[in-house]
Design a protein around this ligand. Sequence first.
Ligand code: 5RP
Length: 290
Amino acid sequence: MPCSIMDERHAAVTRQQNRRLKRGINSMEWGMANRMAQVIQSDGHALFLPVDHGYFQGPTRRLEEPRRTIYPLLPYADAIFITRGVLRSSVDPDNSKPVILRVSGGTSMIGKDLANEGITTSMEEAIRLNVSAVGISIFIGSDYEKESLLNLSKLVDEGEKYGIPVMAVTAVGKELEKRDARYLALSCRIAAELGARVVKTYWCEDFERVVRGCPVPVVMAGGPQVDSELEVFEFVYDGMQKGAIGVNLGRNIWQNDFPVAMIKAIRAIIHRNASPKEAQQLYSSEKGGN
Ligand code: 5RP
């Protein structure tokens, strides 16, 4: 075989291996690798749509009727982050996307402490629901730090047994001021050390510090709705440049007046490397179609 063809093949294999490495699926068993590949796309990037907020917030604004919020957005999401109750009641099994099942909870906005979560859903149930991954919150620095970390570890033990990846959610409860690089880097690293296959955190200044210290893929949440769309596009773009693989972004999509335009614009940043300005243009041109 001519040398150039061999070189080309070798280069193609190397490119494929690099892509697999980026998606974190290189050294996994088949089932685990397959589930990771369902939620993280072949470009190594991912747009997760979280609609799990009701598990402690109740009927969150613009998620009061989950089905109405979810359906128009589903075609543009790579996976949905959802509880079993809303999955069963509000998503048709024959028209779904890969599911990341929220399996922690047991607290509410008006209860004593949001950090006092337990595991709410068994691994058997996750398997029965045919999910691609499960997600659990951890609360570093809270009174329930240890419990939430041991819950994560237990879930990872179960998940590894059945090839189901665990996404750790680095929760900050009501204390949004905790969202700085030092705190988030600490939380993400601990989540990865305990075996999370993916970590969800918040964007922050010096975000590269958070990603550098976390040896598994990192996705960014949005938090409460911010003042302008451009602000969202800018932080998503910045986070992607600094090593995030994508987002798990809810309220800044579905609380927007034009949620479909919003998710399409964010998708362009994640999968087509659109700049914030290009995303803004796309959002403006798509608004009419919502
Ligand atoms: C809330 C969550 C959400 O999945 C996460 O916070 C992302 O949503 P948002 O972008 O609205 O913050 O864990 O329970």
